[in-house]
Design a protein around this ligand. Structure first.
Ligand code: IVH
Length: 694
């Protein structure tokens, strides 16, 4: 899309605008083009050239100006994705050309049969095919008129779909305008797929689970569901992506001039050149079906390494005139076929339900199923989350069920196959009493889960200890889950604080504990006393307080006990702390048992004090950093301090939460890992120092 000259040009412009040298009144279009360029680098090419912070600063310049001068706003200005909040409904609209589905194939023979038919109908001995991924998302149809995106429509029944234009405008890889007129195109209908990539899907599911909601079975459902949300701000936060793979209708600007595109691959190249994300890196043009089969096999091996889900490949006759000659049946085009990869779904039978207790007392029903192989693992039990979920999915014991294991997501039940019921299936009865301590279960109005509210319930105590010592909490490595269960049964561990007072030496007589392991355990427990406050807050297992919230809280207090004096309103002033979280923290710190527990922990010397971070006047606020390898100009600790001084945050490892990895000399596995996550920007030490100078 952008050649080297243009990239250089835009890089110069970035410097100009970032150093406030642009004249916005006269050069507003230049700034818009610059923002479009950076959006393209980030969302289409996955290769950003500036930091998120720098992009945001440029965006703000434009936004502020447009607020002052609304008369200069254009429909395709980068600020105009935002839209105006709530959508009333999605009007039905007719596709210019019906949206067909594809015929499926599952093995080499199916493909060879199809190839034979294509050859017969075309009279050719060998056909040129294009092979590209079959993206597993929600299909979409986009219409551009006079270079502007005018409509985004769901598939619907194939003839008419829902007009979801405001939501489509939130997807940054979909241009709001493109230079079609330069190619003699006045109106064009483009087909594609809207996806949620694997990283964003995981984040989304984690946030659902943190809120006590059941996760979604796959990114396809997440994408389809997100497109139907009536609040554009929420849609924007879902970070959807679009891949465009087919042009279904095109009308020329000048009727006497032909639009000279001859093949599917050329068409996708044109879309790419106009700024669309079409499968350029992924597509391959081959001759004959044997080559197709080879390419499919190679691609399938890489399936798990792709950043997004695919469920197969699509093979298309490449020449457009030949496509036209082959035509369509009532259901699908004859010129294309889908090759479906091995399913990550399987059917099994629900044979029983066990009720497990979590550390917050939540009773989770777990379905026991006949063991079945799916997505590379054998599954014999699946969480079915809560009573509402059971009702929504209409699950009964004895049901045949469809399960799915998408990528490395935990397996989920997609649905029960109710048509196959014999009448002997039985309802899943939810217990009224705790399966462990027999205490009556409670459920609040705003929650779907039943809870055992007996703070001393055996199962909860054990789960709380397990959480307390876990890797992201106090990280007491020598005290694994099995040991905790064992020590609890032996009466050595009674609750969380007892970790710091039990007779470790007394383990000498216990099987499997020698001098070395006892000394390791002692050291690990001792070391945990110095863990920073945010880890302790997370370790307490306060409902809805995940690692991020724990960090936010720790930054805002000087002593853990300060939280005793905070009202829900005070708490909600903290970033990321909403009504639910505030209520939960408030309740935790107004419960005598919890305060007694904290006092005991304090008496053992645990780190209860945090340091309040002065709000730094810094350009790195909201940005996360990690250093790896050897730095040449300063010590790592100094570099980390600089980040914090500028308002940034240091993370402990490479994850999608990371914005910048600064790689010094001999950087190793962290660098390799970061390269695989497109949203992480990798900096040299030099670039990092330059960044601080901004
Ligand atoms: S071509 C007229 N190409 O799979 C043919 N479809 O099962 C237009 N899909 O309806 C479709 N990736 O929603 C095409 N690279 C790709 C695709 C693709 C995913 C979807 C699309 C289609 C469905 C058929």
């Amino acid at each position: 899309m952008y050649n080297n000259e243009q990239v250089k040009h835009f890089q110069q412009l970035s410097h100009k605008w970032l150093s406030n040298k642009g004249d916005i009144h006269n050069e507003i279009d230049e700034l818009r083009d610059l923002l479009r360029f950076h959006e393209h680098r980030y969302y289409v090419e996955n290769d950003p050239l500036i930091s998120d912070y720098e992009y945001d600063s440029l965006y703000k310049v434009l936004e502020t100006y447009e607020k002052k001068h609304p008369e200069f706003i254009t429909k395709d200005s980068p600020t105009q994705r935002v839209g105006s909040g709530l959508i009333k409904d999605f009007p039905k609209t007719q596709h210019l050309v019906p949206m067909l589905s594809l015929e499926n194939s599952y093995n080499d023979e199916d493909l060879q049969d199809w190839d034979r038919k294509v050859k017969e109908l075309s009279g050719l001995e060998e056909v040129e095919y294009s092979v590209e991924p079959k993206f597993d998302g929600a299909s979409i149809s986009l219409i551009y008129e006079n270079d502007l995106l005018v409509r985004g429509v769901t598939r619907g029944d194939g003839e008419t779909g829902d007009d979801i234009t405001p939501n489509v405008r939130q997807i940054k890889s979909i241009p709001l305008s493109a230079d079609f007129s330069k190619h003699n195109i006045s109106q064009i209908e483009i087909r594609g797929e809207i996806l949620m990539n694997k990283i964003n899907f995981k984040k989304y599911n984690d946030s659902l689970m943190e809120e006590g909601l059941p996760p979604l079975a796959n990114p396809r459902n997440a994408a389809a569901g997100s497109l139907r949300i009536k609040d554009t701000a929420i849609v924007r936060r879902r970070n959807l992506e679009g891949f465009l793979y087919h042009v279904s209708f095109i009308s020329p600007l000048d009727k006497n001039n032909k639009i000279s595109i001859e093949s599917h691959t050329e068409m996708l190249k044109l879309l790419w050149d106009l700024g669309f994300r079409s499968p350029q890196k992924e597509i391959k043009k081959v001759k004959g079906i044997q080559e197709v089969i080879k390419m499919i096999n190679e691609f399938e091996k890489e399936r798990d390494n792709l950043p997004y889900e695919i469920d197969g490949m699509v093979i298309k006759v490449n020449q457009l005139d030949l496509q036209e000659k082959l035509g369509i049946t009532s259901h699908h085009p004859r010129w294309a076929i889908a090759f479906k990869f091995k399913a990550r779904q399987a059917t099994s039978k629900l044979i029983g339900v066990e009720f497990q207790l979590g550390r917050t007392g939540a009773v989770t029903p777990v379905a026991k199923i006949l063991p079945v192989h799916v997505g590379g693992v054998t599954v014999s039990s699946i969480s079915i989350h809560n009573e509402d979920y059971i009702q929504e999915k209409n699950l009964k014991i004895g049901d045949q069920i469809l399960i799915e294991r998408s990528g490395d997501v935990i397996p989920q039940i997609v649905k029960s196959l109710t048509e196959l019921r014999s009448g002997e299936e039985t309802d899943i009865d939810f217990p009224k009493n705790c399966p462990i301590c027999n205490h009556t279960l409670h459920k609040t109005e705003d929650e779907a889960v039943w809870r055992c509210i007996n703070f001393n319930c055996r199962a909860q105590v054990v789960e709380r200890i397990i959480h307390f010592v876990s890797k992201d909490a106090m990280d007491i490595k020598s005290l694994g889950e099995a040991n905790i269960r064992k020590f609890y049964e032996l009466g050595l561990l009674k609750d969380v604080p007892s970790i710091y007072e039990f007779d470790i030496e007394g383990l000498k007589n216990t099987e499997g504990f020698g001098v070395k392991s006892i000394s390791n355990l002692k050291d690990a427990i001792e070391k945990s006393k110095t863990q920073p406050l945010h880890r302790l807050i997370y370790a307490l297992g306060i409902r809805y307080v995940g690692e991020t919230t724990a960090k936010t809280i720790a930054q805002k207090i000087t002593d853990l006990f300060e939280l005793k004096n905070k009202t829900e309103e005070n708490l909600m002033e903290m970033e990321d702390v909403g009504v639910k979280v505030a209520k939960s923290i408030y309740e935790f710190f107004h419960n005598e048992d919890n305060i007694a527990l904290l006092n005991r922990l304090k008496s053992f010397g645990l780190q209860m004090e945090g340091k309040v971070h002065e709000k730094c006047e810094g350009g790195l606020t909201g940005q996360t950093f990690l250093f790896t390898g050897t730095l040449s100009k300063m010590k790592r600790s100094e570099a980390e301090q600089k980040v914090e001084d500028h308002g940034g945050e240091i993370l402990g490892g490479v994850s999608s939460k990371l914005n910048f990895l600064v790689a010094g000399e001999d950087a190793g596995s962290k660098l390799e890992k970061a390269k695989k996550i497109p949203s992480i920007k990798i900096l040299t030490e030099e670039e990092f120092l330059n960044m601080l100078a901004i």
